[in-house]
Design a protein around this ligand. Structure first.
Ligand SMILES: [Fe+2]
Ligand SMILES: [Fe+2]
Length: 206
């Protein structure tokens, strides 16, 4: 069963419009608070900064891993809509890797990947599904579930990273992360639409 994104921790809430408005109106207040506390902007040696960098390394590994996994998912799919969705998302994912490299640069750091156990597990589960199930609409339905689990992980991560970048005053990095966040959400919605409009019905009829 495919599900719609319901948002997650740390700034990946339900309504983009509301969140954007809230973020805009809240931003000056947060900035002023930071100033009044004598903490004007990011402190690269702080634990908060380190947390951001660790999460950045995690998603960098995850995106690079997905560049290798998506072609396998595309090859295993039978629905032409799903095949196209995987192909399109592979192109987007390559762009996500490049954007993360831009964010590393903005943070004054070299891009470093740190193994993401969660993404490794999600991709392994997708591969197990491919090896266990014959090519069919049922496999397509399973691939959509696997892909949406991946998207939800990415949505949680990018939403959190954008929030942290904003908090530290790295607005350009926050904007870059926000663009990827939007693309992950659009992909999640597209997968829901493919499942609900055709794949699930065909899978039930098999
Ligand atoms: Fe991505
Ligand atoms: Fe994605």
């Amino acid at each position: 069963m495919a599900t719609k994104s319901t948002g997650s921790r740390n700034g990946t809430g339900k309504n983009t419009t509301k969140r954007t408005t809230a973020a805009k109106s809240a931003a000056p207040t947060r900035k002023n608070t930071a100033k009044s506390n004598g903490k004007n902007g990011d402190m690269p040696n702080s634990k908060f900064h380190q947390l951001f960098m660790d999460e950045l390394k995690d998603i960098y590994w995850a995106e690079k891993h997905l560049v290798k996994a998506l072609p396998k998912m595309q090859k295993a799919a039978t629905s032409s809509e799903l095949i196209d969705a995987f192909a399109d998302h592979l192109a987007l994912t390559k762009g996500h890797v490049t954007r993360l490299e831009e964010v590393f640069e903005l943070m004054g750091a070299k891009p470093v990947a740190k193994k993401c156990e969660a993404m490794d597990g999600l991709v392994t589960e997708a591969q197990e599904l491919i090896s266990e199930e014959e090519e069919s609409s049922v496999l397509d339905a399973g691939l959509i579930i696997a892909a949406q689990k991946v998207e939800h992980y990415e949505i949680a991560t990018y939403g959190s990273l954008r929030t942290l970048a904003t908090r530290m005053g790295h607005m350009e990095a926050a904007n870059i992360l926000g663009r990827t966040l939007d693309e992950e959400k659009e992909t999640d919605s597209l997968l829901t639409q493919i499942a609900e409009s055709s794949v699930n019905e065909e899978a039930m009829a098999e």
